[in-house]
Design a protein around this ligand. Sequence first.
Ligand code: SF4
Length: 1022
Amino acid sequence: MLHLLCVPSGGDPSDIFYQKALQHSFEETMLVASSEALVGKARMQGIRGVTFDALANAVAEQCSARLRDRLVVRKISRKAQELILQDILDRLSGEGRLPYFGRLTGKKGFVRSVVSLMEQIGSCGATAEEIETAFAHWDGRSPVYRQKDREVTEIYREYLAYLIRNNIYDMSGLYRVATEELTSLRKAGGALTWKALYFTGFYRFDALQLVIIRLLSQISDVWIALPYEPGRPELYGAAEFTYGDLMRFAISERLPAVPVSERTAALRHIVRNLRSPEMQPVPSDQGIEIWQLPDGTEEMRAVLREIKQQLRGKTLKPSEIAVVVRRMEEYSGIRDLCDEYGIPVQAEDSAALAASPVFRFIATILDTVSLHGREKAESWKEFLTQPLQRIATGLPVETVIQISDGYYYTDHGKFLADILEKTGCEALRQLQQEIDAIPAEATIQEYCDITGRLLSLTKLSEKAGCLYREGRIPLAGFKNIACACREILALLQKLPQDYRFCRSGKQSSDCAGFTEALTEAAGRKTLSLQPENREGIAFLSAVNLENVTFKRVYVLGLRENEFPFYKDENWIYNDRERADLAELGILLPSSADGYGEDIHFFMNACAAATERLVLTFYTDEEHNASPYIAEILSLFTDLKVQVKKAGTAVGDSLSREELELALARAGQTDALERLEPGLAESAGSDRKRLQKAAGWNGNPDDAMLLQQISLQIGDRFSASKLETYRGCPFQFLVTYVWQQKAAEAAGEDLDPGQRGSLLHRVLEQFIGKHLGEKLQEAKHAELQKELDEIFDTACQDFADKGRLYAGDFWQHDKEQQRILLHRWLRAEIAYSGQGEWRPVSTEQVFGGKGSGEVSLDINGRRIYLNGKIDRIDRAGDTYFVTDYKSGDPPKKKDFADTDLQLPLYLLAAETVQNKGKVAGGGYYCLKDGERKESFVFPSAAGTVSWKTFSEAEDVNGTATTIADMKELQAMLQRVVGELLERMEQGDFSPAPSQNCDNFCPAAEICRFRVLARDRVEEEPNG
Ligand code: SF4
């Protein structure tokens, strides 16, 4: 017999069902609940509680005697479903049987969509033949869509056949097994152990579940409590279909009356009248409030502040308060905020297993296996700097960073040898041997075994246990490590089972493929980080609020797109197609079902409050208040939205952070300093930077310090060292005195520095083969072939040494560089034909050990210059200096001002060419294939066929001709002399400009980019 009990909003049928169930013996009855929480409640009453899936399993178990003889079923995970379907898609596509889905079959997102569609079709209980018949009767379908339907049927048929062939089942399969068994049992006149079954907490059942319920009701007494009121169709859209289906067979039970919890008048009004056509607005009371906050953080803070006050006043117990949100993942920061206010929380703190430090530790080991060269060295650095390294191997991470920053490693073996030599870390040596033995290719099972062995070898759990006993890590830290190790080992057991049923489970894959699969599986697993605190406030999703009440409920995030939250239905069939299919008897969920579910969740959130309900939201440019806010406002004659401001007065602060913020806002720096020594100082640091206050302006005034700085600067200067000081003294201090280098992220694209080095290398080698030669147009093709060969060899060498990553991006970039070189060659041949200048040297080093010394005497001090001249050409007895630039060269107006390179190289060329006569020099802009910004002394102007200049400009823009090398030297002595003087005086102030070097190693210290942004943002408000 099937009994249907319609439960009005706010009603809780649990007690009725408990009383009924307790009239039977434990074995004779079962309460089937929608959530583990309700299952737990039933068990607390001494009643056997199960979920629907467990019920289906139990049905199969009850029939196990028959099942055992003819079917050994195994349940598969979603991952296994994906793998099976991927195999099917690959095969059908390979046989040319999927012309509609064609190119999509290799995409991961597509496989997931197919899995979800198969589940949806499966839950409506249709066989492949029924689906095919329904599609055949679908009028008005275009030939293209008919092809789609055919392919969906084919995939579904193949999928079901695969499951049957292998004696495995997915969730729908399990339900189908249960229905088959129940049907046979009924036909045979058999009985189940359960005399009565009670279903509670469900607002809908899918088609297969309804069949199971019906079959059960033909054997046992089945009671179902369904939230439903016939007079409020707008509220019960989600339950409508289920109600209609059940009523075809059920007896509608009215008695005993479902108890409705006590509520304030306003809360009772919401529960009884939300979306009721009969609704009349009434005055509100203190039971309902709506708050609008400036942003998400203030929204959480406002709620937690009020909770903290209530707990402080001891008016409520924490367990009488609930904070409700639609989607928990949007509020990951709330636990930290609760900790800040000292509010205990019941919600379990959890995270994806893939994000745990233990998993990252293992994943970074596996990452090293499939890589080579520079990338492999980088991946080893990533592994050796993992936070758990200190526990696992005892390796000092800062030493690893120091060693890796001091040398550009392209060979991981050398990197490890240096680390082992410096640290003598025996545990790392052992681990390295294991890691080196990981095969490049293996089966999933083999890789799982290897990974399990590696994890055991690290003894992370045991070591963390020792550290906890010694009081060096907290209990929570130890538990988190131990729990993550356990979960990873369980995952390594399960993963091969998921793959067992598909082709890729038997084949070998590379380690990168295995790491990806493992990471993906770990991403689906949640790790419980701390034991649940049952004494705290509840932090719940509105999706899990069946049959629960609290005195105070705060519902957060009532804004568009958050609550209500509508998920898109599977795109393979849109809502219009789903409506057509429903007419044909194939009931797939649609977006309309999503709307019905969401209002049901919102009603549950409102009904959970018995004394006070606070609804909160904030708006921004993209999202307004939730439409539910307007619905609640319309229920009352006088309810208003309370707009709350951010910021708390010092006296009202409820957490340390609030107090610090309030003190800073109020300018109470003394109190702030007492609270946390140094806090007031650092809080004001940006202001001091902007005001260039002493100690914050880059101008050290301590004589001893200045002396040390001077010593560190030394007497050797390259052009770029002087230019750095000329551009920004603070960048100079950090780069040349503190010796800090900008961190270069290893990326797929070649950074400008490496690209420049590659092109310089190619041009050096090419020109080196043609010194003194005139390049002839007639030999263009031959020369281009030679240039290409040099270029290809240089690229290979850079890739082998790990100086570039030869991925897809580089293949494209490489051809761009080749085009650039071809352009350069055309220009070079043309220049060669226009005059007598012929290259005589390339990459000429000066000022180094054993190379020509170049000095400059300035105010009684001698400094030495060093550098490398890209190319020197000769015409007769005069020389011309060339510097290649892959980007834009400095402008003519910058000559001997911010551009110190060219004048210094002219000076140096005279020395390295044994006092030969230097006519001038200039830049070769590679991207334009053109010589640009060339300086020549007036006497040599006629010898150069391209555009030149002979002057230098002063700060006012007045140009003065530089007649000869002597005048140029005098000018350099003056310009460089000014720079040296400022250095000696300790002027290392930042000189921010829009052209600040992107890779400036001092950027994080001067904070120019951050402060400049703030100022720009502040300007409109004055
Ligand atoms: S970011 Fe700009 S201002 Fe700051 S140190 Fe670097 S170059 Fe100087």
